[in-house]
Design a protein. Structure first.
Length: 464
């Protein structure tokens, strides 16, 4: 091929497929050498103090935390809206937002306050969770970001990391005008899949044989609640499995969306397919397409029911993509373990705490661990990649084992670790130091000023 030849789309896709196959051979660890993504004639889209990649609960917390600390902050998200699983799941509860019914931090409360401003149809507040109408949530997140002074861009996808001398200095993003650079003094990886860390060459961990399933949520309406209960929907879906074999066989949850008269359906999703890696392009495509057909069969089960009230129910939405429970996590300076979660371990460098039940996504976690609430500290070291500099990881891709991840991935927990990562990035950027060099005591003081309760005794007094 001559230098002047431009590859055709077919050639480009063939090359991309070969690259994807090569990367899959390396498992959870990126094979690339640091610095491969240094600028090569690409224009710079922006330069900021703190760049937050991923607009789910962790990214929202990070952007709010960094901006409230005074840093020039940019949040980017590859969908056209923020919320991540909180939005894709069509109304499923954002758990652990107010554990024990008490405020968890000013950042958590800022988001709750913003969506509550839209009234009862926007949100219903439970014992520790909030049930949102996701269309209101998408706007409420914008309101909260504007209030904090955080800037944001959608839809824009990070496709590579800029690494200079072993430090992440930004990301490469794909836009309609081609590849561009966004440079930052510190980066928070809140992608859920540790994308930025992986692109930068950091070591990551994947529990390939134990991955939790993915789920495409549904929204149902035209429900006569005087004649139909959520249990009736669940029973009809399970009973129809002989005719509709894609229907989930394990877990199905049906609850109202906020305070409205529509219901969301959360379920075990791809559990019956076995373990699927959402970072594998072929397996992810299989999961997405299977889940669309699965959702249709679940609805057909209702439409074909002997109960005329169930036949009147209408399917009004499916999530824009499957909700992913687990993929890869960074290998950090500290790896949170099953023992840490079960023992409710406290750490001197605690920057957040996580509460919740073990969710192993289709495995018999409750039989093994019981229904005991697990509450434990998150050490700052679990946000720090073992070797890579300039980056912190928060949310479900922080450094933890499979079980520890399943015990603390609730959205309120992700918001909390994101909050800590954002504040840490802002403080480090302001001092011109690496996040690893930041004094944890200074970070803890800043988080306490934001209403975060740290310390074993205080945590127990404010937990369920």
């Amino acid at each position: 091929m001559s230098q002047s030849h431009k590859p055709t789309r077919r050639e480009f896709l063939a090359g991309a497929g070969a690259l994807a196959a090569r990367n899959m051979m390396f498992g959870g660890r990126s094979p690339r050498a640091a610095g491969r993504a240094s600028s090569a004639g690409r224009p710079t889209l922006d330069a900021v103090d703190v760049l937050v990649v991923g607009g789910g609960p962790a990214g929202i917390g990070a952007a709010l935390g960094a901006a409230r600390t005074g840093a020039k902050t940019l949040l980017i998200e590859n969908h056209a809206f923020f919320g991540g699983v909180a939005a894709w799941a069509l109304g499923m509860a954002m758990n652990q937002m107010r554990p024990g019914g008490k405020p968890r931090s000013d950042v958590h409360e800022q988001l709750i306050r913003r969506i509550s401003a839209y009234g009862d149809q926007a949100v219903r507040i439970g014992t520790h969770e909030i049930f949102c109408n996701v269309e209101y949530l998408k706007v409420a997140v914008l309101d909260a970001l504007d209030e904090a002074g955080a800037r944001y861009l959608v839809p824009i996808r990070a496709v590579d990391a800029i690494v200079e001398s072993g430090r992440v200095a930004g990301v490469v993003v794909a836009t309609k005008r081609g590849l561009m650079d966004i440079r930052a003094k510190a980066v928070a990886d809140c992608t859920g899949d540790a994308d930025v860390a992986f692109f930068a060459g950091a070591e990551t961990m994947t529990a390939s044989e134990m991955l939790m399933p993915m789920t495409l949520s549904l929204a149902l309406t035209h429900i006569d609640e005087s004649k139909v209960k959520p249990a009736d929907v669940i029973a009809a879906i399970l009973a129809a499995r002989p005719k509709h074999p894609l229907n989930p066989s394990v877990f199905i949850e049906v609850k109202p969306i906020a305070r409205g008269h529509s219901w969301y359906v959360n379920h075990s999703g791809t559990a019956d397919l076995g373990r699927i890696d959402a970072t594998d392009p072929l397996e992810r495509s299989k999961a997405e397409c299977f889940s669309r057909r699965q959702a249709l069969q679940m609805v057909q089960s209702l439409r074909e029911s002997d109960d005329p009230a169930l036949r009147e129910i209408e399917w009004v939405a499916g999530g824009p993509q499957v909700s992913v429970r687990e993929t890869r996590r960074i290998k950090g300076a500290y790896v949170l373990s099953e023992d840490d979660a079960r023992a409710g371990r406290a750490f001197e460098d605690a920057i957040a705490w996580r509460s919740g039940y073990v969710d192993l996504g289709g495995e018999k976690g409750e039989a093994k661990y019981g229904s005991k609430m697990m509450i434990h500290d998150v050490p700052y070291r679990s946000l720090l990649p073992e070797k890579l500099e300039g980056l912190l990881a928060a949310g479900r891709c922080l450094s933890a084992t499979h079980v520890a991840a399943g015990a603390g991935k609730s959205m309120g927990n992700c918001l909390a670790t994101g909050h800590a990562a954002g504040v840490a990035c802002a403080l480090a950027a302001g001092k011109g130091i690496l996040p690893r060099e930041l004094k944890v005591g200074e970070l803890q003081n800043a988080l306490r000023a934001d209403g975060v309760i740290l310390g074993l005794k205080s945590r127990e007094q404010n937990s369920p």
